[in-house]
Design a binder for this molecule. Structure first.
Ligand code: P6P
Length: 337
C-alpha cells in the first residue's frame, strides 16, 4: 500500500482552485506559480544573508530615500525576472523603481496581468535578523493586450485586485494569498522545496488583544489615535488586563501575527510622514485585500482602503487594519475628534 502524502503543494492548490474560475485559462495559475519560484530563490538568499557578503548598503538610495540593502536589489530583480519569465505579466510597479517596468517581448506584451510589489519590505531589519517580507498585488490590465503596459494599469482601486499576497521570511517562509475567495497560507518545506498548504482558510478573529503601532511617534499622532491607545491601556472590563502592545517594525510580520491571533496594526499620520508612511499600491491594497478576505478590515481612518483611486505609484496613506471590531473601535475614536 503506497503511503499517500497528505501535503497539498501550492501548485496543486492553485490548479485545484483554478477550476473555480471559468474565465481563468491557466494564466493566473502560471503567474502565481512564478511568484512561488521567486519566493524560494529569495528565501535561499535571505536565509544565508548573514553568511555571505550580501549585507550592508549598495551605497545608493531607492525612490523612498531609504538606503537600499543588497537584498532589496536582489529580491527586486528576482521577482521582476520571474514575472517576465511567466509570460503572463506585461509590467511591474515596484517600491524600488520610480516608474513602471514594462515587459516588451511579444509574449509579455500580449499578457493580461500586471503586478505591483514591495520586493523586500522591512529591509532595515535584515541585518538584525528580524522577519521581513515581500508583498504583491495582481490586476488585469486596462491597456489593450499587445501594447506596452501603461501607468493607468497600476492606478486601479484595490477593489479591482485579482490576487494579492505576501511572503514572510521568518522562522519559516510562508506564502499567504487570496484570489478573492478566502485566504490560504503555505509553509515552505525546504527539504522538498515546496510550499505546502498549512493554513487552508485563514479567518482573523473579530476581536483581539494586540495593538501594533510605533509609539515613538505618539506626540505627533492624531488625537483620536492617542485616545485609542489609552483605551487599549485601560483595564479591560472582562479580562481585567490591558491589551498587549506588539510592534516588530516589519509590516508583513506585524500583520501576519495579528491576522492569525487577532489584533490591529496602525500607521497613522506622523510629523515625518504627514500623509502616513505606508504605500497604497503595493502595501496597503494587497494587505487590505487579505484582511477583508479573512473577515477583517482596512481603512485610512476615513474610508475603506480598497475604494481609493490611487493618484500616483508611491502614494502614502494612513493605514489601520486587522480585526473588524478593533478597526471599528479606532474609527469611533477618530470620528469623535
Ligand atoms: P517605523 C518598513 O520600513 C516599513 O515600511 C514597514 O514594513 C513597517 O511597518 C514600517 O515601515 C515601520 O516604520 O517608522 O515604525 O520604523
Amino acid at each position: 500500500m503506497i503511503k499517500s502524502y497528505k501535503i497539498t503543494t501550492l501548485n496543486e492548490y492553485i490548479i485545484r482552485r483554478q477550476a473555480e474560475y471559468p474565465y481563468a485559462k491557466g494564466e493566473l495559475t502560471r503567474l502565481l506559480y512564478n511568484v512561488g519560484v521567486a519566493a524560494k530563490i529569495v528565501t535561499k538568499k535571505v536565509n544565508k544573508a548573514g553568511l555571505v557578503d550580501i549585507l550592508g548598503n549598495m551605497g545608493n538610495v531607492n525612490v523612498q530615500g531609504e538606503d537600499v540593502m543588497k537584498l532589496d536589489v536582489f529580491a527586486n530583480e528576482t521577482f521582476i525576472s520571474s514575472m517576465r519569465a511567466s509570460g503572463e505579466c506585461c509590467g511591474i510597479a515596484s517600491e524600488e523603481n520610480q516608474g513602471i517596468i514594462t515587459f516588451d517581448d511579444g509574449l509579455s506584451r500580449d499578457a493580461n496581468y500586471i503586478m505591483s510589489m514591495d520586493p523586500l519590505d522591512g529591509s532595515s531589519n535584515i541585518d538584525v535578523n528580524v522577519s521581513i517580507g515581500t508583498i504583491f498585488s495582481i490586476y488585469r490590465r486596462l491597456s489593450s493586450r499587445g501594447s506596452k503596459a501603461e501607468e493607468k494599469d497600476f492606478l486601479q482601486p484595490g477593489r479591482k485586485q485579482v490576487a494579492a499576497g505576501y511572503i514572510i521570511y521568518g522562522s519559516s517562509t510562508m506564502l499567504v494569498y487570496t484570489t478573492g475567495n478566502g485566504v490560504a497560507g503555505f509553509t515552505l518545506d525546504p527539504s522538498i522545496g515546496e510550499f505546502c498548504l498549512s493554513n487552508p482558510d485563514i479567518k482573523t478573529p473579530a476581536a483581539g488583544k494586540i495593538y501594533s503601532i510605533n509609539e515613538g511617534n505618539y506626540i505627533h499622532f492624531p488625537q483620536g489615535v492617542k485616545n485609542y491607545i489609552k483605551y487599549c491601556q485601560e483595564i479591560d472590563s472582562q479580562s481585567k488586563r490591558p491589551y498587549t502592545s506588539r510592534y516588530i517594525g516589519s509590516l508583513v510580520a506585524d500583520f501576519h501575527r495579528n491576522l492569525l491571533k487577532g489584533g490591529i496594526f496602525i500607521y497613522p499620520q506622523t510629523r515625518k510622514s504627514p500623509t502616513g508612511k505606508l504605500r497604497l499600491i503595493y502595501e496597503c491594497n494587497p494587505i487590505g485585500f487579505i484582511a477583508e478576505q479573512a473577515g477583517g478590515m482596512a481603512t485610512t481612518g476615513e474610508q475603506n482602503v480598497l475604494d481609493l483611486v490611487p493618484g500616483d505609484l508611491h502614494q502614502r496613506i494612513p493605514f489601520y487594519t486587522g480585526s473588524k471590531n478593533m478597526v471599528e473601535k479606532v474609527k469611533e475614536f477618530l470620528e469623535k475628534e
